[in-house]
Design a protein around this ligand. Structure first.
Ligand code: PHE
Length: 338
C-alpha cells in the first residue's frame, strides 16, 4: 500500500501536469474544482489524514499541506499567464470580436457601362432588341456592304487598324478591327428578314493620334430599324424621344445634313446642353445600295440607322474633359461613378 505522504506527492504531480494542459480561464476553474474544491481530490486527502494512525499523521499532513500550497501558487501563476496571453492577442486584433468589421471594397460600374446601360434601357423600352457582333471584322461588312467600295474616298473617314490575317492573293488587307458598329447593320439584314428594330453596343477602334477628344478604342451604339414604310419622320421621332429620356424632357434637338456613305439622306443630331449645341450622333435613312447588298428590295423596304458614342455622351453628362480618362484605369477617376 502506498504511504499517505507518497499519495499526496503523486496527486500533486498529476495536478501539476493537468494544470499545464489548461489553456483558457474555464479550464482553470474546472481544474481548481477537481483538485482544490470542497470535494476535490487533494481536499479529500487532507481530510483523510485525521483517520491515519498517529505515527503517520505528521508526515502525511505535512506532505498534503505542502502539495496544497504549491498547487494554489501554481494556479495563481497559470491564471496570470493565460490572462496576459489573452490581453496580448486582443491587442493584436486577433480575438477582439467587439471591433467593427473591416469594410469590403465595393466594385463599381465603369462610366461607359453606366451610360451604355442607360441608353440600352431607353431603346429596349421602345421595343428595340439588343445584338452584339465581332470586333475583328471583314472589310466586306465594315466597308463594302455599307456602300464603301475599295478606293472609295470615304475610307479616309475611318483610320483603320488592318490585320495581317487572311491577306488577299494580291496582298491586300481583308480583315480589320471594326471602325464602327455599322457592319452589324449588314450582318443583321443579311441574316434575317424585316421587320428589324435592333441596337448594337460594342467596342470600335481607329488608328489615330489620341488627344482629349480622340481615343483609338471607344464604344458605339448602333441603331437599325427596317420595315415597310419606315420614314425619316420615324427616325426623328425615335431620336427626339431618346434625347428627352436621356437628357431631360425639355431637351432641344437639332438635325443638320451630314454625309455617311451608308445613309441617304444623312444627318447629325445635336442636343442643346448648357447653352451649347453638341453633336451626339450620326443617322440617316439606310442607303438603297445597303438594302440591296443585304438582299432587300429598296422598293419594298426602307429603314433608318444611327450611331452614337457613349463616351462622348458620358463626357457631357458627367463633365469629363478628356476621353483618355475612360481607358486610363485611374481609380481616382473610376471611383466617382455609381
Ligand atoms: N457609323 C458612323 C460613324 O461611325 C455613325 C453612323 C451610324 C452614321 C449609322 C449614320 C448611321 O461615324
Amino acid at each position: 500500500m502506498t504511504a499517505p505522504a507518497d499519495y499526496a506527492a503523486a496527486l500533486r504531480d498529476e495536478a501539476l501536469a493537468a494544470l499545464d494542459r489548461a489553456g483558457v480561464p474555464g479550464a482553470l476553474e474546472s481544474w481548481r474544482v477537481e483538485y482544490l474544491g470542497r470535494s476535490g481530490k487533494l481536499t479529500a486527502a487532507l481530510r483523510s489524514v485525521a483517520q491515519l494512525p498517529p505515527e503517520e499523521r505528521r508526515a502525511a499532513g505535512a506532505a498534503a499541506n505542502e502539495a496544497k500550497a504549491l498547487l494554489e501558487r501554481r494556479l495563481a501563476e497559470r491564471r496570470a499567464e493565460i490572462e496576459a496571453a489573452l490581453a496580448q492577442n486582443a491587442g493584436a486584433g486577433a480575438l477582439d470580436v467587439t471591433l467593427p468589421g473591416r469594410p469590403v471594397p465595393e466594385g463599381r460600374h465603369h462610366p461607359s457601362t453606366i451610360v451604355m446601360r442607360e441608353i440600352q434601357a431607353i431603346f429596349r423600352d421602345m421595343g428595340f432588341q439588343i445584338a452584339e457582333g465581332p470586333e475583328v471584322e471583314w472589310d466586306k461588312y465594315n466597308f463594302e456592304m455599307l456602300n464603301i467600295p475599295q478606293d472609295h474616298p470615304a475610307r479616309d473617314m475611318f483610320d483603320t487598324f488592318w490585320l495581317d490575317a487572311n491577306r488577299a492573293p494580291d496582298g491586300g488587307f481583308t480583315t480589320l478591327l471594326r471602325t464602327h458598329t455599322s457592319p452589324m447593320q449588314a450582318r443583321i439584314m443579311e441574316a434575317q428578314e424585316p421587320p428589324i428594330r435592333v441596337i448594337i453596343p460594342g467596342k470600335c477602334y481607329r488608328y489615330e493620334a489620341t488627344d482629349a477628344t480622340h481615343e483609338s478604342q471607344f464604344h458605339q451604339i448602333e441603331g437599325l430599324a427596317v420595315d415597310k414604310g419606315v420614314t425619316f419622320a420615324n427616325l426623328k421621332s425615335v431620336l427626339y424621344d431618346f434625347a428627352r429620356r436621356m437628357f431631360g424632357p425639355d431637351t432641344r434637338v437639332r438635325f443638320r445634313c451630314d454625309y455617311f456613305p451608308f445613309v441617304e439622306p444623312g444627318v447629325d443630331m445635336a442636343i442643346e446642353w448648357r447653352g451649347d449645341w453638341l453633336e451626339i450622333l450620326g443617322a440617316g435613312m439606310v442607303h438603297p445600295n445597303v438594302l440591296r447588298a443585304a438582299g432587300y428590295d429598296p422598293a419594298v423596304y426602307s429603314g433608318f440607322a444611327f450611331g452614337m458614342g457613349p463616351e462622348r455622351i458620358a463626357m457631357l453628362k458627367y463633365g469629363v474633359n478628356d476621353i483618355r480618362l475612360f481607358l486610363a484605369n485611374d481609380h481616382r477617376f473610376l471611383s466617382q461613378f455609381r
